[in-house]
Design a protein around this ligand. Structure first.
Ligand SMILES: O=C(CO)COP(=O)(O)O
Ligand SMILES: O=C[C@H](O)COP(=O)(O)O
Ligand SMILES: [Zn+2]
Ligand SMILES: [Zn+2]
Length: 309
């Protein structure tokens, strides 16, 4: 088994009206925790690396860890660059063995986003790599930059069609009200499903991507806070909304925050209950198991992709 692109995964997901999970990875325990869950569930899997993760762990370490995960698990895995901000980082990941890259030109004017995305698509497709782009802008924390709610813009459906036609991109991240991080809504949660349905209708059989799709499960926030954390007012996207998105052309659902919460809650609990422990394996082992539990929950209850390998 080797690294694969998301092409077949998305085709099957679109036809089956479910979504593939794209989980952010930063270190060995996170990769192992996710892969263990996907293996048990026989689920398709995308592992994604942000620019920040690449800086933290280094490209080669993440590459080798993912290669090891494929060899050890026998699973086909798509390795994806999350939120590539320029041509250079996309090129570096393509040259360095990734099978999928995201060029995120969403903060650029429409024509500049098209030109940049086209340039990446030409380079990637020539090398068998697929490309995700973004149109419309999510609020929240992304690569240490906080996009305020007033700077966020929802995706225009007609522009989405023109964008896909003119760039030749393989999938498109859209903005319909989700946001990055643990604080997505104040009060009532609301996504623009009419907009999603319109985009989906205008782009039949085309895979859409939902970023900022963590559910921020209250029990994990509470556990963090019960053991010394200070996560006040954290709120995510309700699970039923994500299931609905999966039936409206969303083939890839991005999850990072929920993994962070699962891992941190577990570590906080362990160290609080076992103050004499100082061997990292003592708290990283349950933390890794917490990641596995979270990913299995997503695969079964949010993505509906269990057994779809
Ligand atoms: O979109 C994401 C990564 O690109 C992650 O979103 P969350 O912060 O909701 O997990
Ligand atoms: O979209 C953002 C992802 O959650 C990655 O976050 P990061 O840039 O802190 O690694
Ligand atoms: Zn973006
Ligand atoms: Zn994102």
């Amino acid at each position: 088994m080797s690294l694969v692109t998301s092409k077949d995964m998305f085709k099957k997901a679109y036809e089956g009206q479910y979504a593939v999970g794209a989980f952010n990875v930063n270190n060995m325990e996170i990769i192992q925790g996710i892969v263990d869950a996907a293996k048990e569930e026989r689920a398709p899997l995308i592992l994604q690396v942000s620019a920040g993760a690449r800086k933290y762990a280094k490209h080669i370490y993440l590459m080798k860890l993912v290669e090891a995960a494929i060899e050890d698990s026998g699973l086909p895995i798509c390795l994806h660059l999350d939120h590539g901000e320029d041509f250079e980082i996309c090129k570096s990941c393509i040259d360095g063995g990734f099978t999928s890259v995201m060029i995120d030109g969403s903060k650029l004017p429409f024509e500049e986003n098209i030109a940049l995305t086209r340039k990446v698509v030409e380079y990637a497709h020539g090398r068998g790599v697929v490309v995700e782009a973004e149109l419309g802008r999510l609020a929240g924390i992304e690569d240490a930059v906080n996009v305020s709610t007033k700077d966020a813009t929802y995706t225009d459906p007609d522009q989405a069609v023109e964008f896909v036609e003119r760039t030749g991109v393989d999938s498109l991240a859209i903005a319909i009200g989700t946001s990055h991080g643990a604080y997505k809504f104040k009060g009532e949660s609301n996504l623009d499903f009419d907009r999603l349905a319109t985009i989906s209708r205008l782009l039949p059989a085309f895979p859409l991507v939902l970023h900022g799709a963590s559910t921020v499960l209250p029990e994990f926030v509470e556990k963090c806070n019960n053991y010394g954390g200070q996560l006040k007012g954290a709120q995510g996207v309700p699970e039923d909304m994500l299931r609905r998105a999966g039936q409206l052309g969303v083939c890839k659902i991005n999850i990072d925050t929920d993994l962070r919460l699962a891992m941190t809650a577990s570590i906080r609990e362990h160290l609080s209950k076992n103050p004499a422990d100082f061997d990292p394996r003592q708290y990283l082992k349950p933390a890794r198991a917490a990641i596995t539990g979270m990913v299995k929950h997503k695969i079964r209850n949010v993505l509906n992709c269990s057994g779809r390998l």
